[in-house]
Design a protein around this ligand. Structure first.
Ligand code: PLP
Length: 383
């Protein structure tokens, strides 16, 4: 049978489809969600002599499905209430989300997701036959998370509430009180909170860093990864932390059908990075802090075309495009003529909630954004 007879089992992951086309061909990647990365040598420099020797001597066999003991200990060290046994390593946050959604959302189940969101948490439950209710973050109010709207969306069949904090693409963070109210609501309702925390750790105001869901609740799942705040997506090392052992064990049994185990060098290097966590995160925070005035100034110069607000956390923002041509045409022309890659709002369209159609995602976590912004500016000037 020819390949034309193969039909998709899942709808397109819009963001990844767009990146497949543009991520490595556009001249300026101005929409990256990962903080500036490190080389292997720079990362190993953060370790000890013993780490460098052990890395060179690492045997390239299979490793534990759970993740190596040093990695799980290093991850557990980033939580207050979770120990190594509450941690399961995955190939990125993506594999973790995949299996969480497979286990938590099937026919007859109901899932609540905030929107805009990382598409996997909405598309996977829908594709699995679950009902999904979207709770929009309020664009008029700093993308506020409305806990009452989450409460109103709950049903007896609700198995999960999925949030990402800080949010992709808006960079929004709930305040501490709202966050605790959401965790309590889920606990009282007996609904599992799935909290994607991949942008945690680079809040400009450290007071806004939220406690991790798995520390606050015995059943909540914290999903995290080395990709974003740590700037190490090439390692492909993510994890779940959750004190409900039955769920974590079930996830481990399902992981045997996808990656089986992570890359050994990836887990080794992730362990080195997590041991130097404060330094790695401080570096990313510094880059964002240096970049912010540059982006503020850019958008101030073009306030007739854009409505800009910096993110509360993480390194992406979702400003508004005010032009009459619409943000889709604008982003297409920008990448095709000047090679500047942004993500137009359609990437974040939701099947279950209204998401503003006049926004675009921009990344502020990469070093030296000036050439990309100069190309962007030249486009605006000549248009
Ligand atoms: C909110 C969110 N969750 C999960 C992921 C997946 O992370 P990874 O690519 O490291 O698996 C991403 C990546 O863009 C993301 O933005």
């Amino acid at each position: 049978m020819s390949s034309s007879h193969v039909s998709p089992r899942l709808p397109d992951f819009r963001l990844e489809r767009h990146f497949s086309r543009w991520e490595f061909t556009a001249r300026h990647h101005l929409t990256a969600s990962d903080a500036e990365t490190l080389t292997v040598a720079e990362l190993l420099d953060l370790g000890t002599d013993a780490d460098r020797e052990a890395f060179a001597a690492l045997r390239l066999g299979y490793i534990e499905t759970w993740g190596t003991a040093p990695l799980r200990a290093a991850i557990a060290g980033t939580y207050d209430a979770c120990g190594p046994d509450d941690v399961l390593a995955f190939a990125g946050a993506e594999e973790a989300l995949y299996w969480l959604m497979q286990l938590l959302a099937g026919p007859g189940d109901h899932v609540v997701v905030t929107a805009p969101n990382y598409q996997a948490v909405e598309t996977l439950p829908l594709a699995a036959g679950a009902d999904v209710t979207g709770v929009p973050l309020d664009p008029q109010d700093g993308w506020r998370l409305d806990v009452d709207a989450v409460r109103a969306a709950l049903r007896p069949s609700t198995t999960a509430v999925c949030v990402d904090v800080p949010n992709n693409p808006t960079g929004a963070l709930p305040d501490q009180e709202t966050w605790r109210a959401l965790v309590e609501l889920c606990d009282e309702a007996g609904v599992r909170l799935v909290s994607d925390e991949v942008y945690r750790g680079i809040e400009l105001d450290p007071a806004r860093t939220l406690p991790q869901a798995a520390d606050l609740s015995r059943t909540a799942v914290s999903v995290n990864v080395m990709s974003k705040a740590y700037g190490l997506p090439g390692l492909r090392i993510g994890w779940v932390a959750c004190r409900d052992r039955a769920l974590v064990e079930m996830l481990e049994r399902h992981k045997h059908y996808t990656s089986i185990c992570n890359s050994g060098p990836g887990e080794f290097l992730a362990t080195v990075a997590l041991r130097a966590r404060e330094e790695v995160l401080a570096r990313a925070r510094r880059i964002v802090a240096e970049n912010l005035p540059v982006f503020d100034a850019f958008f101030a110069r073009h306030d007739d075309r854009f409505a800009w607000a910096p993110p509360d956390g993480g390194c992406v923002a979702f400003p508004r495009y005010l032009g009459a041509d619409g943000v889709e045409a604008f982003c297409t022309e920008l990448v095709e003529t000047e090679g500047v890659l942004l993500l137009p709002a359609s990437i974040y369209a939701s099947e279950v909630a209204a998401v503003p159609a006049d926004r675009f995602r921009i990344g502020i976590g990469r070093r030296n954004p000036e050439p990309a912004l100069a190309a962007f500016e030249s486009f605006l000037t000549h248009r």
